[in-house]
Design a protein around this ligand. Structure first.
Ligand code: C2O
Length: 535
């Protein structure tokens, strides 16, 4: 196979945005970082060398890493972080996947600036299942803080406060001309009238789900999370942190300049939104002096749009790209998502914000879970993560303020090799309801059902879509509602699952599965690479 080699030097770089200059953590001095290009079937080797004061690791979000969790990257889950002054080579095969994914730092909040696109082209000679675009563009949506992000992370994670929100959203690292000092920090994309373009859109923001739209142009959604979809046309998309969406855009309007814009979706808005990022879709030959118009985006709290958009997402389920949805379930899991307040004698108000799954707030261990699993080290984790809450309650009823009993633990759920799993993720109103983009490492899953209110195990499964449900790696659990996902546990190892809002992850909204080895050859975790970092 072909080996694609990359060198990632983690280094500080002075960057200015919104009239503020500060040093940020980058890969090779670039913000956003370089794109990793590969073709389905390639082997990729990325040598990461850490020249900054933070220990860190890089995650290849959405790559399945079959039997090869060593290259997955979440710190303390599959590896110890790469220490200052050290290197580690992520070595993995890209098998059975093609499309847009992304990579990002997977420790603290460093992914705010340490991230980039992964573009996997189909095998040579295999066309896209949609008309070939004239050109492709990568569109990374992100967030910019004027202040030091790691200080803000500490307020949120260590002190349990709700920390400051970011100062601007960004498109390819640039906030656009609506912000001060930002005329020169505006991304522009040039198109020719009559041609079609593929936009590979990635939400790399830390804490915001985003709407995205282009003035004067519809978008045809053709892929999410590196899985082809049945195409559908829309004037806006909703994209959660961790998710990717490929759209085709036909440059069929009058030659002009048009704004594209990204703005927060927040179903219960807590703050005034003044963070909208803009960039420019520019027809060839149109002078830069033409003032573009803004697209119409859904209202900040338009959860009806979000529900109906997500219902339109369907797998292609064609002969060439079948949807192999597990029809029979071996293991039923039901996890509640809770935000709550725990007592904290050393905190400012005597309480701190926490988050939990089935009332367990996950604690990262001191050594990596995958190593502990592989080498059978005792005392690092237990495998008693509850399959369901100990006591059912009215999950989405009146707020059960101050959930003072949240447990802490490094508790994993053990899954038998090749068993089929159904997991219902249920949002709750312990403190407040909120929507959560949930990401599973090591797998794609099928989103077989979703609804508002409490999941009803005797009624809701009758309405599941087991024919062409969307397959993805990150799914939005709706505010005060639930989603049901299914996957076949055919990838042995330790796999992290968490809310992709960094604030919630930091408060404990995460857990891990340990998928056992199978009995046969090629069904067990591969041996660790020699340069695997030590804790
Ligand atoms: Cu994109 Cu565990 O993350």
């Amino acid at each position: 196979s072909i080996i694609k080699k990359y060198k990632f030097d983690i280094q500080m770089k002075n960057v200015s945005r919104l009239c503020h200059a500060k040093p940020i953590v980058t890969v090779n001095g670039r913000y956003p970082g370089p794109t990793v290009y590969a073709r389905e079937g390639d082997r990729v080797q990325v040598t990461v060398t850490n020249h900054v004061q933070y220990n860190l690791s890089i995650h290849w979000h959405g790559l399945k890493q079959h039997r090869n969790g060593w290259a997955d990257g979440p710190a303390y889950i599959t590896q110890c972080p790469i220490q200052t002054g050290s290197s580690y080579t992520y070595d993995f095969n890209v098998t059975g996947q093609r499309g847009t994914l992304w990579w990002h730092a997977h420790i603290l909040w460093l992914r705010v600036t340490v991230h980039g696109a992964i573009v996997i082209m189909p095998k040579l000679g295999t066309p896209f299942p949609f008309p070939q675009p004239a050109r492709e563009f990568e569109i990374l949506l992100g967030e910019w803080w004027n202040n030091d992000v790691e200080e803000i992370e500490k307020q949120g994670t260590q002190r349990g406060l709700a920390p400051n929100i970011s100062d601007a959203h960004t498109i390819n690292g640039k906030p656009g001309p609506l912000f001060p000092c930002s005329e020169k920090h505006t991304y522009a994309m040039e198109v020719e009238q009559g041609k079609s373009y593929l936009l590979r859109i990635i939400n790399a923001a830390l804490n915001d789900e985003l709407f995205f739209a282009i003035a004067g142009h519809n978008m045809t959604v053709v892929e999410v999370d590196a899985v082809y979809t049945k195409p559908f046309t829309t004037n806006s998309i909703i994209i959660g942190p961790g998710q990717t969406t490929n759209v085709l855009v036909h440059a069929n309007n009058a030659p002009c300049r048009y704004f594209m814009a990204a703005r927060t979706f927040e179903d219960v808005p807590l703050t005034v939104d003044n963070k909208t990022a803009t960039a420019i879709l520019q027809y060839k030959g149109v002078p830069n002096t033409v003032i573009p118009s803004l697209p119409k985006l859904p209202a900040i709290n338009d959860s009806a749009f979000v529900l109906s958009y997500n219902k339109k997402l369907r797998s292609l389920n064609s002969d060439k790209y079948p949807a192999n949805v597990p029809l029979k379930v071996d293991r039923n899991l039901f996890y509640t998502i809770g935000l709550g307040m725990n007592p904290c004698p050393t905190c400012v108000n005597g309480t701190r914000l926490v988050a939990s799954l089935n009332n367990v707030s996950f604690v990262l261990p001191q050594t990596a879970l995958l190593q502990a699993h592989y080498f059978n080290l005792k005392g690092v984790f237990s495998t008693d993560f509850p399959d369901r809450p100990s006591k059912p309650f009215n999950y989405t009823g009146a707020p059960l303020k101050a959930n003072l009993a949240t447990l802490k633990g490094t508790r994993l759920s053990k899954i038998a090799f090749n068993s089929t799993v159904e997991l219902v993720l249920q949002d709750t109103n312990l403190l407040t309801v909120e929507s959560h983009p949930f990401h599973l490492h090591g797998y794609n899953f099928f989103v077989v059902g979703t609804g508002i209110g409490n999941f009803n195990a005797s009624k809701d499964p009758a309405n599941y879509n087991l024919v062409d449900p969307i397959e993805r790696n990150t799914v939005g659990v709706p505010t005060g509602g639930w989603v049901a996902i299914r996957f076949r546990a055919d990838n042995p190892g330790v796999w992290f699952m968490h809310c992709h809002l960094e604030l919630h992850t930091g408060w404990g909204l995460k857990m891990a599965f340990v998928v056992e080895d199978g009995p046969e050859k090629h069904q067990s975790v591969l041996p660790p690479p020699k340069d695997l970092p030590k804790c």
